[in-house]
Design a protein around this ligand. Structure first.
Ligand code: MF3
Ligand code: CO
Ligand code: CO
Length: 274
């Protein structure tokens, strides 16, 4: 594996080279991450039965624009929206539209704020009205799993350590880890090397180094891990129609551990947010 100084905006997924960023990049990611996190805080007040996902997406656009930023998903590979909103059996990349939230829906809202050239990529789960205990448990376990993966990050530890921490915890609750989508390098490029798998064996994979910046964004299913794509070409759903949950943070490797760029400034880490 090659680690390179991060002085380009080149997408290195083809070469596999891993960029190592310096203090200015960490400052840029802090700012972009904060805008995205504040946006997800704002969204907490919008999620309720009767509201459409399109209305939420519009408010996300307004919030990000008012912060002087741009939603990175807008026009990304033909995508046309400010967020992805993934309800119940939707694993990821749900397209905002006319769908009204119903009491008991659980949903992931994923926002990437592009601020001064940096991408703050983060998502959280939300609950419309009251959801059954089974659904709330999946949401809690998914949040804890993401945080356990992040806690495994420090120089010298590996991507396999991160994946193993998430997988062991989620499978311990009889859930499954989605294989078809993963975390990714992030920074000046939205989706960059390396791939961050949310399952794996301890001690395997790529060694973390100070200056790496990437996302941790496990998708965890109540049933089996198989996913299928709907005919719109974006929406991924569980093949067995079981519930799916996801949280996402953008993080950077420090000299001694990890910095999270997308922490909620108001403590709205996971539902309930009231
Ligand atoms: N924000 C998503 C991620 O976590 C990517 C969404 S790309 C889109 O990587 F085009 F579907 F919006
Ligand atoms: Co995202
Ligand atoms: Co991401």
């Amino acid at each position: 594996m090659t680690y390179i100084p991060a002085n380009t905006v080149q997408d290195n997924r083809a070469t596999g080279s891993i960029k190592l960023y310096g203090p200015e990049a960490f400052a840029g990611m802090r700012k972009a991450g904060r805008v995205a996190a504040e946006c997800l805080d704002m969204v907490a007040g919008l999620v309720k039965p009767g509201v459409t996902t399109g209305e939420i997406d519009d408010k996300i656009y307004e919030f990000v624009a008012a912060a002087g930023a741009v939603p990175a998903t807008m026009y990304y590979r033909g995508y046309r929206h400010s967020s992805c909103i993934s309800i119940n059996e939707v694993v990821c990349h749900g397209i905002p539209g006319d769908r009204e939230l119903k009491d008991g829906d659980i949903l992931n809202i994923d926002v990437t704020a592009f601020v001064d050239g940096w991408h703050g990529d983060t998502s959280r789960m939300y609950i419309a009205g009251d959801a059954p205990l089974k659904a709330r448990r999946l949401v809690d376990v998914t949040y804890e799993a993401m945080m356990m993966g992040i806690a495994a990050i420090k120089p010298g530890a590996t991507t396999g350590d991160l994946g193993h921490a998430i997988q062991a915890f989620a499978e311990g609750h009889s859930y499954s880890i989605v294989r078809d989508f993963c975390g990714h390098g992030v920074g000046k490029v939205f989706h960059d090397a390396p791939n961050i798998l949310h399952y794996g064996r301890a001690g395997t994979g790529l060694a973390f180094k100070e200056g790496m910046i990437f996302t941790v964004e496990p998708m965890i299913n109540a049933g089996k891990f198989a996913v299928k794509l709907k005919s719109d070409g974006w929406t991924a759903v569980t093949k067995d129609r079981s519930l799916s949950a996801q949280f996402e943070h953008s993080v950077g490797v420090t000299a001694t551990g990890v910095e999270i760029f997308t922490t909620s400034p108001t403590g709205r880490h996971k539902p309930p947010y009231a």
